[in-house]
Design a protein around this ligand. Sequence first.
Ligand code: ADE
Length: 221
Amino acid sequence: MRIDIISVIPELISSPFSSSIIKRAIESGVVKVHFHNLRDYSKSKHKKVDDYQYGGGPGMVLMIEPIENCLSQLKSKTSYDAIVLMTPSGKQLDQKLSNKFSLFKNIIIVCGHYKGVDQRVKDYLITHEVSIGNYVLTGGELPAAVFCDSIIRLLPGGIGNETSALNDSFQDGLISAPIYTRPENYKGMTVPKILLSGNSSEIEKWRDKKSIELSSRKNDL
Ligand code: ADE
């Protein structure tokens, strides 16, 4: 898979890609990630990428021109399955959406910034709008990193243990059962006996029960 990320602050997004599982996925060639600084696609003398909004109002708006320049350059060399804008007004990210995107070959992610982007970017240039939740961050960079992480770990070879991503919480709409490791007893806090029993069918039943219990309580405070 190839992911191109367009941002006004590419350095804000690159660090999650340089450690751990995602770094290994990149090194092993499972995914190629390219970062593009939107300012490099501005034709103005001062590399301007944003401007005031028509009609008045606070906040700067990302202009269509540098975004269009960058997208046309990328599209002239590669064909893309999706061009995504990260925005709080987009479709809310969930496991199903990550699964869908993990099947794509090439995608572009545009990170919104400031007040937002010129509406014509949404109307004419992008194919999907994605939000990571109903709250507003300062830009789309962290949401793009979250989105990419959730996709890359699903790619074949993208995660150490092949079965692990399939067993994730939410793959079946449920949260995974609690997990424990050594020691069996830590300062009086013990591991449930069933997990030490060696009885795999009873363990599976216990896990299913816990998973249903946890899922029904998930949004309780
Ligand atoms: N940009 C700012 N907030 C965002 C959010 N919640 N999701 C996606 N992009 C965003």
